[in-house]
Design a protein around this ligand. Structure first.
Ligand code: CA
Ligand code: CA
Length: 299
């Protein structure tokens, strides 16, 4: 099985990026990923202010998927996420929401033991591994890996974990898939600007779906289907994801427009993925049983 090394990182998703590997539709491969700090924070005396910012938010790749053409969908089944032995996080004045009131820079190293991160003597938390940055190349622009948009990118959606399937747009030949920025744990909102940032390995199966039958990016788990939408403000992100799910329920699932809106209001959970990146990201979660009851099957 192909292993894409973490040394192949890019710092922007771009149609200009040279692919570092090629796979066929249906192949399984592993991405080794660095943490969002580029491995620069390894002890609690390391501070955000001393980082080399040119090494922030590396994404491993990109990988060329044969047969993927502009206008197609790349289906990425996330089979497995393996985490390194410790995570790191920071809080700093001016960063995220909590940074509005933070007085000084702080760093925490979070060892991973027996499936939990050790936060303090009293507090440990079960790991819930997720991928912060995952995307394809945009059609005709270069987007920093720290920014989420229609190509995916830094969506920081904690539902993008093992067992989920993410659908991304193919904008250029081969799609150019790249990913990084794993979190061992993160809450919705990512309010202090980071999760439990950690290196690791992500094993995925990639498949080309012809055309774009879903509003993209789109995520499916065992429990929920969700559109993921990033925009400059939270209001716009909330409206974007809601209206995309409404369109999906009408155009693909086959509901009448008024029923789609009503069902979203009854069963859909509108959630914030992150409120701290250059664009903000929201998702509308609809229970799979509602979609299944209508007889819809995902591609
Ligand atoms: Ca992130
Ligand atoms: Ca992160």
């Amino acid at each position: 099985m192909l292993i894409v090394k973490r040394e192949t990182a890019v710092y922007a998703m771009s149609p200009e990026n040279e692919p570092v590997a090629r796979v066929r539709s249906g192949d399984t491969l592993t991405f080794e990923t660095a943490d969002c700090f580029g491995g620069q924070i390894v002890q609690e005396t390391d501070r955000m202010g001393t980082l080399d910012w040119s090494r922030i938010n590396p994404a491993t790749g990109p990988v060329f998927v044969e047969g993927a053409e502009a206008g197609d969908t790349l289906k990425v089944e996330i089979l497995r996420i393996d985490l390194a032995e410790q995570a790191a996080m920071v809080e700093a004045p001016g960063e995220g929401i909590t940074g509005l009131n933070a007085q000084e820079e702080s760093t925490k190293i979070l060892p991973v033991k027996d499936g939990r991160i050790i936060f303090s003597e009293r507090i440990s938390l079960p790991v819930s591994p997720m991928i912060g940055v995952i995307g394809t190349a945009p059609a005709d622009e270069t987007v920093a890996t720290g920014t989420p948009s229609f190509h995916g990118g830094n969506m920081d959606c904690r539902r993008i974990g093992a067992g989920s399937t993410l659908y991304l747009p193919v904008n250029v030949p081969g799609a150019l898939l790249a990913m990084g920025d794993l979190h061992a744990v993160m809450g919705d909102g990512e309010v202090c600007v980071c999760g439990a940032e950690i290196a690791g390995e992500v094993t995925v199966r990639v498949s080309v779906v012809k055309g774009q039958p879903l509003p993209l990016p789109f995520l499916v788990t065992q429990e929920h289907a969700m559109a993921i939408y990033s925009a400059e403000g939270l209001d716009a992100a909330a409206e974007g994801t809601t209206l995309r799910m409404r369109a999906f329920l009408i155009d693909q699932v086959g509901l009448a427009p008024h029923e789609a809106g009503m069902l979203l209001s009854l069963t859909g959970d509108l959630r914030i993925c992150q409120a701290v990146d250059p664009n903000k990201t929201c998702r509308m979660e609809v229970p799979m049983n509602v979609i299944g009851d209508c007889g819809y099957r995902f591609p």
